[in-house]
Design a protein around this ligand. Structure first.
Ligand code: GTP
Ligand code: MG
Length: 345
C-alpha cells in the first residue's frame, strides 16, 4: 500500500475523480498534491468533522512518542478554554505556539512569552508539558527541538493540532526539505504520514477540523481572503459616540457608549473594516448585504458588558480588542464561537 509523500493519502490508480489518484505507481505524490503545489488548485479539502473522532482515538493510542501539539497564535491565546490540550495531559508533549510573526510588529517576543506563561499557568503542574514559540523561517528552533526530542528518550514525534496550524511546514523545516505538502487551506494533509529523518521518525497528521472556525463555512476562494497570512497591521478606531463596525458579512460590532474608547481589529490585511454611526448600522447592512463578498449569515446578536478592556478571539478571523466602559453587541453566525479573555496585546 503506497502512500502519497505529500499528504499521506493511500494512492490509487483507478478513479481520477477520487482522492489519492495517480496514473501509475512510479509517482510519489498524488494528483491533488501535485496540482496544489504547482498550480495552487485544491480539491477534496475538508475532511468530515466526524474524522476528528478517528484522529483523537489515534492520539490516545500512541504511547512511545513525543507529542508535538501545534497551535496557531490565535488558537493558542485561548488554549486554556479549548479542550484540545486535555487529550495530551498524560503524554510527554511539546506545545508549539506557531505563527507568532502574524502579530503586529510592535508586540515584542518578550511580551508574547509573558502572555503565554500566564495562560499556561493552569498547566504548571504538568511537568510533561513544555511550550515553545515558533514562526516561519526560524531555524534556531530546530536545534532546540532536537535537544528536547533527545531528552525525551523517544525516537518518534507525532505532530498534531488543528488544520492549518503549520504542522507540515514545521516538519519540512526540521527535516530541511519540502517533501510534505503545505498550503494556506485547512485540510491539506490527508492522513498519517511517516517521515524518517536521521534515526528519528516524524509523523505528520491531518489537522482537526474546527467546527467553530469561520473558515469551515467559507469556500476556498474566500478562505484565502480571510485567513491572516502575513504580519497583521492592526486597524485601530477611537470612538466618542455609538458606532457600528462591519467586517463585510462576517461580523458586525456595535460599540454602545457615548463616552470614549477604542477598538482594534487584527485581521487579514486585505480586509477593511467599515465603520458608521450606530444609527446608520441597520441601513448599511440592509443596503449592502447582497454585495458582501465575504459572508456567513444569518447573524445572532451576543451582548457583552466591558469594564476597562476585553479581547475577543473569533477563530479563523482574528482578534478584536475593545477598550472602554461600555456595552457591545457582536453579530455573528451562531455556529462560530466567540472566545474572550483578558489578554492585553
Ligand atoms: N505567517 C506564518 N505562516 C505560517 C507559519 N507556519 C506555517 N504557515 C503557513 O500556514 C499555512 C498552513 O501550513 P501547513 O503546514 O500546511 O499547516 P498544517 O497544520 O499542516 O495544516 P493541515 O495539513 O491542513 O492540517 C501555510 O500557508 C504555511 O505557509 C508561520 O510560522 N507563520
Ligand atoms: Mg499538514
Amino acid at each position: 500500500m503506497k502512500k502519497c509523500k505529500g499528504c499521506g493519502v493511500v494512492l490509487q490508480y483507478e478513479d481520477e475523480n477520487k482522492i489519492g489518484y495517480v496514473k501509475n505507481d512510479s509517482f510519489d505524490y498524488c494528483q491533488r498534491c501535485f496540482r496544489l503545489t504547482h498550480y495552487g488548485e485544491i480539491k477534496y479539502l475538508k475532511k468530515n468533522i466526524k474524522d476528528n473522532i478517528e484522529l483523537i482515538e489515534y492520539y490516545k493510542m500512541v504511547q512511545d512518542a513525543l507529542y508535538v501539539i501545534v497551535f496557531d497564535i490565535f488558537d493558542a491565546l485561548i488554549i486554556d478554554k479549548d479542550n484540545l490540550l486535555d487529550y495530551f495531559l498524560d503524554k510527554k508533549a511539546l506545545i508549539l505556539i506557531n505563527k507568532i510573526d502574524l502579530l503586529p510588529k510592535n508586540i515584542t517576543e518578550e511580551k508574547i512569552e509573558t502572555i503565554f506563561e500566564n495562560i499556561l499557568k493552569k498547566y504548571e503542574h504538568y511537568s510533561n508539558l513544555e511550550f515553545v514559540l515558533t514562526y516561519k523561517g526560524d531555524y534556531t528552533f530546530n536545534k532546540l527541538f532536537f535537544e528536547i526530542l533527545k531528552e525525551s528518550g523517544y525516537k518518534k514525534a507525532v505532530f498534531v493540532g488543528r488544520a492549518n496550524a503549520g504542522k507540515s511546514t514545521i516538519i519540512n523545516k526540521l527535516t530541511r526539505n519540502q517533501d510534505l505538502t503545505t498550503s494556506i487551506y485547512p485540510g491539506t494533509t490527508y492522513d498519517f504520514n511517516e517521515i524518517n529523518f536521521e534515526d528519528y521518525k516524524f509523523i505528520d497528521s491531518a489537522g482537526l477540523i474546527d467546527e467553530e472556525s469561520i473558515l469551515t463555512y467559507l469556500d476556498n476562494e474566500k478562505i484565502k481572503k480571510v485567513l491572516p497570512l502575513k504580519t497583521i497591521k492592526a486597524q485601530v478606531f477611537q470612538f466618542y459616540e455609538r458606532q457600528s463596525y462591519f467586517v463585510e458579512g462576517l461580523i458586525r460590532i456595535d460599540t454602545l457608549s457615548n463616552s470614549n474608547g477604542s477598538i482594534v481589529f487584527m485581521l487579514n490585511n486585505n480586509i477593511e473594516v467599515h465603520r458608521c454611526k450606530y444609527e446608520n448600522g441597520d441601513n448599511y447592512f440592509n443596503k449592502h448585504q447582497n454585495e458582501f463578498d465575504l459572508k456567513v449569515l444569518p447573524w445572532k446578536i451576543n451582548t457583552y458588558k466591558i469594564d476597562d478592556y476585553q479581547t475577543f478571539i473569533i477563530k479563523g478571523l482574528g482578534l478584536i480588542k475593545i477598550r472602554g466602559n461600555l456595552k457591545v453587541n457582536i453579530y455573528l453566525n451562531d455556529k462560530i464561537k466567540i472566545y474572550k479573555n483578558e489578554v492585553d496585546l
